[in-house]
Design a protein around this ligand. Structure first.
Ligand code: ADP
Ligand code: MG
Length: 516
């Protein structure tokens, strides 16, 4: 009787409820019956919200949706036998969706059957959210629900920590970034795994830094807004079919994505797959690059690497087009610079674009820009004239920078795209050095090459304007913003881009007599 006096009794039901509470479980959905009525009551007493439903299947759907939306499991409470059977639909759905949920079923008393060990809650919480999220089941013997024990003998395991985050292998990341940079028609597919991973900030940065279009899966919708300029959902079939490299962020190549097979996908498509489930990698289509890890961590890894690598045309133009005012006058010349600029830089007003024109003349840019700026200045406008030149095109009339400075023509802004360090294409500085070692450059240097990474911006500063050397997206954005604001001086941005950068693959060749 001594022990009865000091014993603070606690029932199995209360222990279950308090253990769940100590694991930060906040919601319970279910249908009560013997023996789990007391579990629901105890849950409410412990501060867990209990929603009684009409079918265990719906209760399990509800609990798993909490798991998806919050990243932390809710409980589905059911009776044994039919209750559990009804919940199976919800458990299977949660498993297939990779959504965490904990199902607690009450079974018969222990003296009526042989049971295995009582499953611990931390294990259940952990197994539902660690690795690939999914359903986790706890079976509770009926007599344990109402059995009483001394509270002093109870020990709650502390709340399970959030799932550990892992990064992908760094060599794999390098390979993936190379692959992506070499892509001509890259596409990012955003799945519900990216939504579950709460990777919206990272995915947005990836899309905006690279300028790559994206396609959401049905539940990947909204990770980035559907009206984002890079969203190609309206051209889904075409985007899937034409992509040469696809970054798969938390989506599976299952029926929703036509298994990644032709005719919906190119037979040559290269998949960069990001998933935290190793078993998922290379499913249906062999991944060209398999990045095992958490989406947020892996995208951040690749962004860090991305910024150390040279920009390509599309990245540079994407950011230029975002920052240019709609009413600026765009002068454009060059080979790839002009071609790609025609699709990437938008005009909104008539007579606001001047380029190489009918005759395909190179070297017209600075003269055109000076004329446009003189007119703007006469009209007391502060509208900038933006001259976007390839490096070879700039060479034809680059000395007109002196004309701009000597006549105090302030409104001109040059953005030079050192496309390919050459005419159409060039080589990188390392290759150039190798060639120099090999001998006489007049016999070795390909006729299309220009001096790699020449410091054209110094031409502008030589005459008193502002010159910027731009190598990264951040430098491009800040230099462009600064130059657009500065209506008191002309500027020249020397934008170094990847010498291997090229136009995306063209659908039609040039029209010539032979292919007419
Ligand atoms: P959808 O229906 O949008 O195509 P799926 O359910 O097929 O999406 O794929 C989601 C994928 O996301 C699953 O393979 C899952 O393993 C993965 N996943 C879930 N969370 C993460 C995460 N944090 N990091 C990486 N992959 C994740
Ligand atoms: Mg060039």
């Amino acid at each position: 009787y001594m022990s009865e006096m000091i014993m603070a009794e606690v029932t199995g039901a209360q222990l279950i409820a308090e253990a769940l509470k100590s694991q930060n479980v906040e919601h319970m959905f279910g249908i009560v019956g013997v023996p789990i009525i007391e579990v629901a009551m105890a849950a409410q007493a412990a501060g867990i919200k209990y929603v009684g439903m009409r079918n265990e299947q719906a209760a399990c759907y509800a609990a798993s949706a909490i798991g998806y939306l919050t990243g932390w499991p809710a409980v589905c409470l059911v009776v044994s036998g039919p209750g559990l059977i009804h919940a199976l639909g919800g458990m299977a759905n949660a498993n297939m969706n990779c959504w965490p949920v904990i199902v607690i079923g009450g079974s018969s008393d222990r003296n009526q059957e042989t049971t295995g060990a009582f499953q611990e809650f931390p294990q259940a919480v952990r197994s539902s959210i660690y690795g690939r999220p999914g359903a986790s089941y706890i079976d509770i013997a009926g007599d344990m629900v109402n059995a009483k024990i001394d509270r002093a003998s109870v020990r709650f395991v502390s709340c399970c920590p959030a799932p550990p985050v892992s990064q992908a292998d760094s060599r794999e990341i390098t390979q993936a970034v190379r692959l992506l940079k070499a892509a001509r028609r890259p596409l990012i597919i955003v799945g519900k795994g990216a939504a579950y991973a709460r990777a919206e900030t990272e995915v947005r940065e990836l899309v905006e830094v690279t300028g790559i279009p994206f396609l959401p899966t049905p539940m990947g919708k909204g990770v980035l807004p559907d009206d984002h300029p890079n969203c190609v959902a309206a051209a889904r079939s075409r985007a899937l079919l034409q992509a040469d490299v696809i970054v798969l962020l938390g989506a599976r190549l299952n029926w929703i994505l036509h298994f990644g097979f032709p005719p919906r996908f190119s037979p040559h498509v290269k998949i960069i797959q990001v998933d935290l489930c190793a078993e998922e990698l290379s499913n249906n289509v062999r991944a060209a690059s398999a990045l095992l890890g958490d989406i947020r961590a892996v995208v951040r890894q690749s962004l860090a690497l991305q910024s150390t690598l040279p920009m390509n045309y599309y990245t540079a133009f994407h950011h230029i087009s975002e920052l240019l005012p709609k009413d600026c006058i765009i002068v454009s010349e060059g080979a790839n610079t002009m071609d790609i600029g025609r699709t990437m830089l938008l005009n909104y007003l008539p007579r606001h674009r001047l380029d190489a024109g009918t005759f395909g003349t190179m070297g017209v840019g600075p003269g055109f820009a000076i004329a446009a700026a003189v007119l703007e200045q006469t009209q007391k406008s502060t509208q900038r004239v933006v001259c976007i030149e390839g490096d070879s095109a700039f060479g034809f009339s680059g000395m007109e920078v002196e004309t701009i400075c000597v006549h105090n023509i302030k409104l001109v802004l040059f953005a030079l795209l050192i496309n390919n360090n050459g005419i159409y294409s060039g080589v990188d500085p390392e290759t150039w050095k190798e060639m120099e070692k090999m001998g006489d450059m007049t016999t070795i240097a390909p006729p299309v090459t220009l001096l790699p990474e020449a410091r054209y911006e110094q031409v502008m500063s030589a005459f008193g304007g502002r010159g910027y050397l731009v190598q990264t997206v951040e430098e491009l954005r800040s230099a462009l913003q600064e130059s657009l604001k500065n209506t008191q001086a002309p500027s020249l941005l020397n934008v170094l881009i990847d010498p291997a950068s090229d136009r995306k693959q063209q659908e039609f060749p040039w029209l010539t007599r032979s292919n007419l």
